[in-house]
Design a binder for this molecule. Sequence first.
Ligand code: RP5
Length: 162
Amino acid sequence: MGDIKVGIIMGSQSDWPTMKEAANILDELGVAYEARIVSAHRTPDRLWDYGKTAVERGLQVIIAGAGGAAHLPGMMASKTRVPVIGVPVQTRALSGVDSLYSIVQMPKGFPVATMAIGSAGGANAGLMAAGILALQDEALAKRLDDWRDALSASIPEAPSDE
Ligand code: RP5
């Protein structure tokens, strides 16, 4: 099994700015990951191979982002028991509500942990993945606690005019 425990997959190059939010968080927390373009519609065989080999390759969390008819996270969840975190990418036509509905409403038996639409969802997917891995990694748990404390400390108690 490899050192990479998180797979970040996305339907298109155009999803990368959103999914890079997850990658940035994982970089900050010192979590190794891989990033791949895996499209449910354009590269279905790649999706199947990725899902089929995820467990044996040692992946413990898959973060999957897609926009529009966003079938990638659900299809990946149907192919592997590795937990899938879904990120609905914001779209021009329907603002990402299409992506959200495509990802969140999974049938019983094949869950996708669905994040918020867009960049906040991307970042939160990274934090969620880190939180899952931190259950069995004390050093990562400490880094994640420190990250959360720093965020809290950065929030002022009173609003300013600037
Ligand atoms: C989806 O279609 C992708 O996940 C992306 O969000 C959307 C648009 O893809 P491009 O046309 O930009 O490649 O499959």
